[in-house]
Structures are given as C-alpha cells and as structure tokens.
Design a protein around this ligand. Structure first.
Ligand code: ATP
Ligand code: MG
Length: 465
C-alpha cells in the first residue's frame, strides 16, 4: 500500500512538473473562462486536485457522469480543500432526480420526505447527493409570520442551486473529472481573501433562515475567516429572530458548534455579537458566575483538544459541563435548606436544572442518563476510605466522571490534591492503594443502616447503573 501511495504521489508530482514545464515553454496557461453566469476556474489556477476527493464522492460523480448527468462535489468540502483543511464529509450536487440517482447505484437510499436526498453508501462512507434546487422567492414561499421560509423544495438548475446557498465560499462546484471549479458568486476570490460573505442581501437571507446568523459565526470561527462587514452588520438587529427557530434545529446547530473543534472561539464570537442569548440561554447565567465561566471555558477547550487529537467526544459530557454550575448552585441552595439529605438534594437539583433547560433548549432526553451519572459520581470522589474508591474505579462511567472531576480541579472548584490522589490511585498496585486509603471515619455503618429507610436511601453510596 505504501509503495502504491508513494507511486501515486510521484506520478502526480511529475504531472504537476510537466504542466509547469509546458506552461513555461509555451507560455500558455489555462485561463478562467465564463460559461453562462459562472466563472470556470481551471485546476492550474485553483490548485485543488481530485486526489483530495474521497473514494465515495469520486465513485458517485463518476457514476452519475457516466450515466449522462451533471455531478459536482459541492459546499463545505470544496471550500475546505481550497483552505487546505480536511473536509468532514463530501456532498454531491447533480441534475439527476433522487430516483434517477438511486437507479445508478447499488447501495443507495432516498431519505427525507419533503426534500428528498439520496445517501449512497461505500463501506463506511456515505455520500449525500442532492438534486439542484432553487430558492423560492419570498412572495411565493410559505413563510411564518416573521418571514422564515418553511418550504424550500423545488428542483432547479446549477445556477439556481448556487444562489440558494448561504455563503459565497459554500457555493463552489468542483468537477472531479475536469478538475474545474464553477463559481457563480465570486466565492473563489472571497476564499482567497479569507472573507465569509453572504450571497444576496444578508437582511433578506437572515429573515428567510435565522440559523444563517449562527452559521456565519460558526464557520468564521472554524475556518478562521473574517465576516464581511455587510454580512455581519444586520446580525445585532436581527438576532431576535432566532427565537422563532424550532428547538430541534437550534439544538442541531448548537451541537455542530460545540463539536466543531473550535467551540471556544465560537462561544467567544457568539458573546461578542451577543448571540449566545438565543442560543443557549443558560450560558448567559453560567458565564456570569466567576467559577462557572472558567469551568465552561476549560470544558470547551478540553473538547476542542480532544477533537484535534481525534479522540471521542461525547455531547452528554459537554452538556453535563455546561450545566454543572447550575446544578451545583441549586444543590447548594437545597442543602442549605436542609429539607433532604445531600444526595436526595442532588437528585432534585439535577431534575430542576434539566427541566428548566428543557423548557428553553431542547437537549434530548437521551443524554440525561449519562449527564446524571457524571454529576452523581462527583461527590463520590470525596470518599477515599474503605472499599468505596475501588468500587468507583470499577464503574463503567468512571473515566468520564474522572475527566469531569479534573476539570473541576483545574477550574479551582475543588482542591487539585483530590485530582492528584485519584490519578495516583488509578495507577497504583494493591499494596500502594491500601496505603493511600484514608482512615475510615466510621460513618459507613451508620449510612448502611440508613439505607433501609426510604427517605434517606440516597445517602448511601449512589446506585449507578
Ligand atoms: P461543515 O464543514 O460544518 O459541514 P458546511 O458548509 O458543509 O460546513 P453543511 O451544514 O454540511 O455545512 O451544509 C452543506 C452546504 O449546504 C453548505 O456548504 C451550504 O452550501 C448549504 N447550506 C447549509 N445550510 C444552509 C442554510 N441554512 N442556508 C443556505 N444554504 C445552506
Ligand atoms: Mg458539510
């Protein structure tokens, strides 16, 4: 495999050298040409090679072209390749209808009801294929009372497909056969100038779909591109429209933002533009607490690092972190009231915070279990005598809870000594562990007896899983 890869690299290097030589000898270089409303930019100018296209996307564009259709790699992948970044996935746009696309490939299925897309599968890779579509003019479109477009499902041609996209940088079409880029909105020049610019009138485009404001912030943070002044200007006045966006869509967008690998930068930008209000209402409250802010920022930084190192990241861990100081302060208040034992109070606090959060932002319930486990295990790190540390260590959720506890240490909420003790304890042998355990304070018996009474059952070790 290595040799083949080296051979391919050598051949493509030779090709480039030969092209350069021909250019020098004959003085001719392929130029940008106009085809209809598009600027067609040749490989020699843009330098994005088909080698950057995934196996699946190549197969899809080849297959569709061989069947007589137009097919281009489009959107974020072309933009990322131009910026020398690794595309997350490859989308293909075509003039074939979803049914026609499905017929070309063996493993393809149509998804979506209103606007149909096709997923074409090659082993682990799924390529999303969409038929060119056009934006529906505001007058004929079905909108909500604030002008947000509810239906956007008409087929169109390539030019119309470019115009309905959000940013000029996201509207480039790459032909993997000719290696040409089709550009209708000066996206090529904008990318080269590192500018993220909305296609059309930003005010109109934000009204049609307020989520574009969040996309502007996320993509500029993720790509390190500056927001064009006219694209940024209306956001301050229009951000209120975000409150009309369905919660599930806001949630998806937030997840993309938090798991973009540039969450810290995104949140900073959202705050600068005062957009975080509509985004994660709790974030406001959290960021205003001196302890909470540090903890949230550390968690985001930690997530960004994990993504960079290609380590697994769990949304539940991140949500647990974002809401931790809410849980903590509610817990403390309940404990001060003294109406229930500390662990029962923790359960009440968790439920209260989740209910409040759910009313404002749709964090799906499927994350609750893991979030609660992480929170519930936190007080158990304080218990360092008897068998308890060993039992904690053996729990499947130990790792996540431990990582969480380290963030609490780092943020100054708990003593770093606790983190250091657990770090050492994990890696110690039996004998060393026995030495490390703290003397039993004799509280165990009392607690055990209490477990029989239903009211204070929570006071014993927490039942996890
Ligand atoms: P990422 O790298 O985060 O995936 P992306 O630009 O590829 O960024 P996607 O959400 O995958 O983002 O969308 C794919 C393409 O669809 C975009 O490049 C853009 O052309 C178009 N698009 C996505 N969302 C919108 C929107 N709200 N309005 C208009 N066009 C959009
Ligand atoms: Mg994408």
């Amino acid at each position: 495999m290595k040799y083949i890869a080296a051979l391919i690299a050598a051949i493509s290097f030779l090709q480039t050298m030969i092209k350069k030589l021909i250019k020098r000898v004959f003085g001719k270089s392929p130029k940008v040409r106009s085809v209809g409303a598009a600027q067609v930019i040749p490989f020699e100018v843009h330098g994005v090679s088909r080698d950057g296209i995934s196996f699946g996307a190549r197969r899809v564009t080849d297959g569709l072209q061989a069947a007589g259709f137009q097919a281009y790699v489009v959107g974020g992948a072309v933009r990322d390749l131009m910026l020398d970044k690794h595309p997350k996935d490859f989308d293909v746009a075509t003039d074939a209808t979803p049914e026609e696309v499905r017929r070309v490939f063996r493993r393809a299925r149509i998804i979506g009801r209103r606007f149909k897309l096709v997923h074409v599968m090659f082993g682990e890779e799924t390529v999303e294929v969409s038929t060119f579509r056009r934006a529906i003019e505001a007058e004929e479109a079905e909108t909500d009372a604030h002008g947000r477009i509810l239906r956007d499902n008409e087929f169109g041609d390539q030019e119309q497909d470019a115009a309905r996209r959000d940013f000029t940088a996201n509207a480039l079409f790459f032909d993997a056969t000719t290696q040409e880029i089709f550009d209708y909105h000066n996206g090529y020049a904008d990318i080269r100038a590192n500018t993220l610019r909305m296609i059309g009138d930003p005010v109109v485009r934000y009204r049609e779909d307020p989520v574009r404001m969040l996309r502007a912030v996320r993509l500029s943070a993720k790509l390190g591109m500056k927001l064009d002044a006219a694209t940024a200007a209306p956001i301050a006045k229009m951000k209120g429209l975000l409150s009309n966006v369905p919660e599930a869509r806001m949630f998806d967008e937030m997840l993309k933002l938090l798991l973009s690998g540039h969450a810290l930068e995104c949140i900073k930008k959202l705050r600068q533009m005062e957009l975080h209000h509509g985004m994660l209402p709790m974030l406001d409250v959290i960021l205003e607490q001196p302890m909470g802010e540090k903890f949230v920022m550390l968690s985001l930084q930690n997530t960004d690092q994990r993504i960079e190192q290609e380590k697994a990241t769990s949304p539940a861990f991140l949500f647990a972190a974002l809401l931790w100081h809410e849980v903590l302060s509610t817990w403390n208040t309940l404990k001060e009231k003294g109406e229930e034992g500390p662990i029962a109070a923790m359960h009440t606090a968790m439920d209260e915070v989740l209910a409040r959060q759910r009313a404002q932002l749709a964090i799906p319930r499927r994350y609750d279990t893991v979030m609660k486990e992480i929170w519930l295990l936190q007080p158990r790190f304080e218990q360092r005598s008897g068998q308890r540390p060993l039992r904690l260590l053996a729990l499947p959720r130990f790792r996540a809870a431990y990582d969480f506890m380290l963030l609490r240490c780092e943020s100054g909420e708990v003593d770093v000594e606790l983190g250091a003790w657990w770090e050492e304890f994990q890696h110690a042998n039996d004998e060393q562990r026995a030495d490390m355990l703290m003397p039993d304070t004799g509280g165990t018996k009392k607690r055990r007896r209490r477990t029989k009474k239903p009211a204070s059952a929570h006071q014993a070790e927490l039942p996890i899983e």
